[in-house]
Design a protein around this ligand. Structure first.
Ligand code: AMP
Length: 290
């Protein structure tokens, strides 16, 4: 597995005309777990034997607000590299922060539609930071396809929109949420949780699972479903709800009732100082998410 941290070396790798194709990219912030590795597996499948799987590891300061957890975000490069190599990744691009942002950088990619609500409402800087770094990583690594997790459902939608609107020649592939045995969606931030918080955090997937059951029993009223989810989460004393929202799975606009296209229930909940997100995407004849 080739590990690149230098931008010139990255450009040389990309410019090598004998490089295998297709190249499938998995962008991450490191502190890898099985959720990330499932993306690498999917990338391997898509790239095929003749293709190339590349991952990036970069904790992107631009997507953290000053009060957020950039400084304490877990970093474990050597462990991450071993995990990626074990899953058949071919190339890892792990740049240093100064190489990625000039001190006077003044251009950003702003998505102003589907990124405005949900995560965008709670974290106003977030999607501009995400779009800008993903655009830079696409320019630097020039992949044919890139894999993103449905755990960050809105992020996946925003990236699809960016690729469409800015004509990036990159196919965006969504990958299902990978969960711990008790249902908690895997996340690098789960490491922050105390034992008590960790035990109570499994309520998120249980609440979403119950919502799915209610939908399967015929409940179409979104407020009723959200009320159930909120009540279930609030039963855990260490939880503090940021939002629980019911939106159209494609437009991410609020809806009152489940229609032809189904429903996305997206949530963000604090346990102590740790903010967790999860979602259930329910489509007719195709139940996903929790
Ligand atoms: P991150 O390192 O948190 O920025 O995540 C990198 C990529 O991994 C993103 O596309 C995430 O959506 C994806 N990811 C993170 N956790 C999971 C999970 N539990 N299941 C599937 N994909 C995930």
């Amino acid at each position: 597995m080739r590990v690149i941290s230098d931008l010139d070396e990255c450009r040389a790798w990309v410019g090598d005309r004998s490089a295998p194709r297709p190249r499938v990219l998995v962008p991450t912030m490191g502190a890898l777990h099985e959720g990330h590795l499932s993306l690498v597996d999917l990338a391997r499948e898509r790239a095929g034997d003749d293709g190339e799987v590349a991952a990036t590891i970069f904790v992107n300061p631009a997507q953290f607000a000053p009060h957020e957890d950039f400084d304490r975000y877990p970093r474990q490069l050597e462990t991450d590299l071993a995990m990626l190599e074990g899953r058949g990744c071919d190339v890892v691009f792990a740049p240093e922060r100064p190489a990625m942002y000039a001190p006077d950088a003044s251009v950003a990619v702003v998505e102003s539609g589907i990124g405005a609500g949900l995560e965008g409402a709670s974290r106003p800087q977030f999607f501009t930071g995400v779009c800008t770094i993903v655009a830079k990583l696409f320019n630097l690594t020039q992949p044919d396809a890139a894999v993103f997790g449905e755990k960050d459902y809105q992020q996946l939608a925003v990236i699809r929109r960016m690729v469409r609107d800015l004509d990036f020649p990159v196919e965006i592939i969504g990958a299902p949420i990978v969960r711990e045995t008790d249902g908690l969606a895997m996340s690098s931030r789960n490491a922050y949780l105390s034992d008590d918080e960790r035990a109570q955090a499994s309520v998120l997937s249980r609440a979403l699972g119950e919502a799915r059951e209610l939908i399967q029993q015929g409940q179409v009223d979104v407020l009723t479903l959200l009320g159930q989810v909120e009540q279930r989460i609030a039963s855990q004393p260490l939880s503090r709800i940021d939002y629980v929202a019911g939106v159209h799975p494609d437009t991410l606009e609020s809806i009152d009732a489940i229609g032809e296209d189904g429903l996305l229930i997206a949530l963000a909940v604090w346990f102590g100082k740790t903010r967790l997100i999860d979602n259930l995407c329910w489509r007719r004849n195709l139940a996903g998410g929790a």
